[in-house]
Write a protein that binds this ligand. Structure first.
Ligand code: F0G
Length: 353
């Protein structure tokens, strides 16, 4: 099938008018991959949605294509956003595609290298501030009110509209609604959007809805602890957020879905990150792996029923954050030339044994 891109594919579900410009980088249609080994290990039927396969390497492209198309339709010429990295990469790419100026505000030194490289390559104007994401968002919310400027953070309702399409894809690929949908939570846009998608689908097709499992990083877990975190801290920089914009929407989604939100420590996140790559061949960025860490915790505490069908959203590509990947593997030395002869000898012996 020739995939037409997200807006064209899901136009009946989206606020598309005759005047909405066609805009796409062929986002969406990402793989849903079954994890055989982890399913067996945990006694569940576990699938992962590889959102890192989107054009800029994260789920943000789903919402961004919609937000940028609508900004263009409304005659705006400038896009602005605060970001922990992925939103800025996505805004910059779609901004370039749509011929718009893109301004991104990021916490200095706290975004993964690949994401910074993307924003630069796509030609965004980058404002690096001393503060964190929450402060950056406060800044752009104000300027985003100006005529001609579109604020493309997930407080922009078109972002959630685009992002809800992940629910339709999961149901189509799985041929049913999963029992549990697990995902990392930062600014809480994605959990709210996914729930909107499953709810709209359920209304139209009389299907059930999944139970949500939201996972925050322990050092940035305002929803779990029910209080704003002034200085959020975690290795998973994508979700280093202390005051999520869609907090209330997320709580509503969790309540309606009879869901759970929990926190995973950096150690648990990094363990899941390495487990996923080394046992299943899937390299997702640390924040994405919070979903896997959360599932493991739920399995171990007996709260996730054996045999459940679980989908985890792997929100971003592992290549975005090479620094973390290298640092967790620092103990693994490269083979040095002096080792080579004996290495090959041992290898041959091993094969014969
Ligand atoms: N996973 C990744 C890889 C992300 O980049 C984000 C958010 C999330 C999960 C959390 O999603 O905010 O909808 O709850 N990144 C934003 C950004 C904040 O600026 O790129 P959320």
């Amino acid at each position: 099938m020739n995939w037409p891109g997200l807006i064209e594919q899901y136009k009946e579900w989206l606020p598309v008018t005759e005047d909405t410009p066609s805009l796409t980088l062929q986002e969406g249609n990402t793989p849903l991959v079954h994890l055989g080994k982890l399913s067996e290990k945990w006694g569940i039927d576990l699938h992962v949605k590889l959102e890192g396969a989107n054009p800029t390497g994260s789920f943000k492209d789903r919402g961004m294509v919609m937000a940028v198309a609508k900004a263009k339709e409304e005659g705006k010429s400038i896009l602005i956003c605060a970001s922990t990295g992925n939103t800025s990469a996505s805004a910059a790419a779609y901004g370039a595609r749509a011929g718009m100026r893109t301004i991104v505000v990021i916490p200095e030194g706290r975004i993964a290298l690949g994401k910074l490289a993307q924003a630069k390559m796509y030609g965004a104007e980058i404002l690096a501030i001393k503060g964190n994401f929450d402060e950056a968002l406060e800044m752009v919310r104000e300027v985003g009110q100006e005529d001609g400027i579109a604020l493309v953070n997930s407080v922009n309702p078109y972002r959630l509209e685009g992002q809800k399409t992940i629910a339709f894809e999961i149901i189509d690929q799985l041929n049913k609604v999963p029992d549990v949908l697990a995902l990392p939570v930062g600014n809480a846009g994605n959990i709210s959007a996914s729930w909107k998608g499953f709810s709209e689908y359920a209304l139209k097709n009389n299907t059930k809805r999944p139970s949500l499992l939201g996972v925050q990083a322990a050092g940035a877990a305002p929803i779990v602890n029910n209080r704003i975190v002034e200085n959020p801290e975690t290795i998973a920089t994508a979700i280093r957020i202390g005051n999520p914009a869609s907090w209330k929407l997320a709580l509503k989604a969790l309540e309606e879905s009879n869901g759970t939100i929990l926190a995973a420590t950096d150690e648990e996140i990094l363990e899941a990150y390495q487990l996923l790559a080394s046992t299943e061949g899937i390299f997702a960025e640390p924040a994405s792996c919070a979903s896997i860490a959360g599932i493991k915790k739920q399995v171990e505490s007996g709260k996730l029923k054996k045999g459940s069908t679980v989908v985890a959203i792997l929100t971003g590509n592992g290549l975005k954050d090479p620094e973390t990947a290298i640092s967790v593997n620092e103990h693994k030395a490269f083979l040095v030339p002096e080792d080579m002869e004996s290495f090959w000898e041992d290898l041959k012996k091993g094969v014969k044994a």
